[in-house]
Design a protein around this ligand. Structure first.
Ligand code: UGA
Length: 447
């Protein structure tokens, strides 16, 4: 939304949320306090905020004034009822649509920005048209393809913008209105228009295909470790085939983030819902391999430490699910830490952007989902210390494990670090970012 405001000074963009603290942070004078860390974001906010970009908790006023409303609410994986653990929870989408229907006094274009199951627009439309005020709503699908850490650049130079609309004259008119907004900075040939269902499915399918590449390369990394092949070399050889391409072939400790797992599980649920069990199983395997990879890495640390980590200090470098973000949702680090803590390790964490509160909250949420008692959670958290500097985090450690590919990790003086660790020092590189050095023990992914 901030980028739309930046690129279209003639359009007033109001971002509304019920969370007062979050809106206050978006309005903060100190741009370091913005709730999201994203390179380039603060510059965009600095330019547009107060000019044509506004952050507020006055949702009703914003709905009433708007001609176009983007619904960008959370659609987490359901934790209850039918589809638990797979389907997208549409509670917030429905609440949002209901509020629009209640408050609106004029026709609106409602844009689905959240990632949603196919045919959600139908449900949104039904809710919107439950108003008895004779107001017309056009529902468009406009999924977001940005990746965290590169979000602003992705938005400035999108590979494509996808807009799905109904094939009725009013649907096509709404679609043209949204296209005209993007045309302010995206070349028309990169703006793809489709029907609503194709647009909704394309978002899930894109994420599923990207994640599938990672699971494919990660599955091969296990085979590389057994055979003496090197996954970096294999990925390079595969990726030089122009039909395959080099991107998203980086073997890792496993993909994280708020989207890949959630979207694939949602896709799996949809396939099952339509009786496509084989298709569902095919995609489910992408998530299963990812779980296997995270677990495999944790087990590699344990077996590298003679089969036990009990009472041993282990240092995790990186908590974010990828570099250049403070987001740790579904980060592999959470699962690796969980296994190590379960095995009795003293886990020490350093991440340049993720704070202690977040790290402890991530673990608490995981353990609550496993129904651990609060006393068990508290005592486990005592064994998870978070540092704001990497040197104390690593001192006297039995092992260091790199879980996020933060650039600074590759520039450390690893020889000096290894000397300050318990001997023999062991470095488990879950991102293959540090150079080979025979002076200490190194364990990589896929070689
Ligand atoms: C992903 C997609 O890339 C975006 O196109 C999409 O819009 C977004 O989800 C979304 O649906 O919101 P994001 O999750 O922000 O973006 O980040 P990615 O760069 O895709 O990385 C996801 C995970 O895969 C990270 O943990 C990353 O470290 C891992 N990864 C990525 C690998 O392990 N290997 C790779 O080669 C690439």
């Amino acid at each position: 939304m901030a980028v739309i405001a930046l690129k279209c000074p003639g359009i007033k963009v109001s971002v509304v949320d019920i969370n007062q603290a979050r809106i206050a942070a978006w309005n903060s004078e100190d741009l370091e306090q913005l709730p999201v860390y994203e390179p380039g974001l603060k510059e965009v906010v600095a330019e547009a905020r107060g000019r044509n970009l506004f952050f507020s908790t006055n949702i009703e006023k914003a709905i009433d004034e708007a001609q176009m409303i983007f619904m960008a609410v959370n659609t987490p994986t359901k934790t209850y009822g039918e589809g638990k653990g797979f389907a997208a929870d549409l509670t917030y989408v429905e609440q949002c649509a209901r509020q629009i229907a209640e408050v609106a006094t004029s026709d609106k274009i409602v844009v689905e920005k959240s990632t949603l199951p196919v045919r959600t627009a139908e449900k949104v439309k039904e809710v919107l048209h439950s108003n008895k005020k004779g107001i017309n709503f056009e529902v468009l699908s406009n999924p977001e393809f940005l990746a965290e850490g590169t979000a602003i650049q992705d938005l400035f130079k999108s590979d494509r913008v996808l807009v799905g609309g109904e094939e009725t004259p009013s649907g096509q008119e709404a679609l043209a209105t949204l296209v005209s907004i993007y045309e302010n900075w995206i070349p028309r040939k990169k703006i793809l228009t489709t029907n609503v269902w194709s647009s909704e499915l394309s978002k899930l399918a894109s994420n599923a295909m990207l994640a599938q590449r990672i699971s494919s390369i990660n599955s091969l990394s296990a085979l590389c470790e057994k055979t003496g092949a090197d996954i970096g070399e294999v990925a390079k050889a595969i990726g030089m085939d122009s039909r395959i391409g080099p991107k998203f072939l980086k073997a890792s400790v496993g993909f994280g983030g708020s989207c890949f797992q959630k979207d694939i599980l949602n896709l799996v649920y949809l396939c099952k819902h339509y009786g496509l069990d084989e298709v569902a199983e095919y995609w489910h395997q992408v998530v299963k391999i990812n779980d296997y990879q995270k677990n495999r890495f944790a087990k590699k640390i344990i077996s590298g430490l003679n089969g036990t980590v009990n009472q041993k200090k282990i240092t995790l470098l990186g908590w974010a699910f990828k570099a250049n973000t403070n987001d740790s949702r579904e980060s592999a680090a959470i699962y690796v830490a969980d296994v190590l803590l379960e095995e009795g390790a003293e886990v020490h964490v350093y991440d340049p952007m993720v704070k202690k509160e977040r790290i402890h909250q991530d673990l608490t949420t995981l353990w609550e989902s496993k129904q651990f008692s609060s006393s068990a959670i508290i005592s486990k958290l005592e064994r998870c210390q978070v540092h704001s500097q990497y040197t104390p985090a690593l001192k006297d450690s039995f092992a260091a494990a790199i879980l996020t590919e933060w650039e600074e990790f590759s520039s450390y003086d690893w020889e000096a670090i290894a000397e300050k660790m318990m001997q023999p020092a062991k470095i488990f590189d879950g991102r293959n970012v540090i150079e080979l050095n025979r002076k200490f023990n190194q364990y990589f992914i896929g070689r």
